[in-house]
Design a protein around this ligand. Sequence first.
Ligand SMILES: NC(=O)c1ccc[n+]([C@@H]2O[C@H](COP(=O)([O-])OP(=O)(O)OC[C@H]3O[C@@H](n4cnc5c(N)ncnc54)[C@H](O)[C@@H]3O)[C@@H](O)[C@H]2O)c1
Length: 234
Amino acid sequence: MNITNAVVTGAAGGIGRALAARLRSDGARVVLADVNEAALAEAAAELGAEAVRTDVSDAGQMDALAAAAPDVDLVCLNAGIVGRDLGAPWEVSPQDWDRVFAVNVGGVVNGLRAFVPRLLSSGRPAHILITASLAGLVTFPTGGAYAASKHAVVAVAEQAALSLAGTPIGVTMLCPALVRTGMSPDGEDPADLAEQALAAVRAGAFTVVPDGWPAAITRRAHWLATGAPPEMPF
Ligand SMILES: NC(=O)c1ccc[n+]([C@@H]2O[C@H](COP(=O)([O-])OP(=O)(O)OC[C@H]3O[C@@H](n4cnc5c(N)ncnc54)[C@H](O)[C@@H]3O)[C@@H](O)[C@H]2O)c1
């Protein structure tokens, strides 16, 4: 597909900023959305993009974002947080469960609620890129609320893809392992991931999964299907 107008959430840093930079260098107009106002203004100035300060966990703010980008043909629902308490489920505070789910799952759901009806009524081809995580396809014991929230994001992305089959709207789900961003000092260069993600959007692929991990995803499916106990993913 030809991408001319894009919206990226979590665009002030990390993967979102890399997606926005790549889209700008490919010639698209981009609306950057982020809750961090200072970083957002700096990114918008550097990339020559429009900025709309948005907290993705707020349905009204996501609706205002969609209204500000009526011609969008790529919506990147990317904003996410790790939370404070990584650990076993009972070690995570109630506040952390609520906030991580509000941003990671609520942000994607609010984005779909705000953008999909507008895109469907426009009748134009469009695409939704959802940033989930490898942590949503395999399970690490100490993933805290983050891991569970990313499994939920995977389910929401699949629901969206199934519900939008046969419409001009495609869905791609990005499931990175570690990426060097504000979230992680180690991992892949976000610029490389952005290039891979946009190639998958253009090719109409559903998932982007890092090399070396498909076997772990298949092993998980096996014990889920057979009743064998879960194992570490590596
Ligand atoms: N970095 C990794 O290793 C990694 C791996 C897998 C998936 N991810 C996912 O990639 C996405 C982007 O994360 P990143 O690695 O670029 O992290 P990052 O912290 O560098 O960037 C996240 C951006 O989201 C913004 N943000 C946070 N809460 C928000 C809210 N409520 N509303 C709007 N914006 C908000 C932050 O201000 C920040 O600019 C997240 O969904 C994350 O879970 C990251």
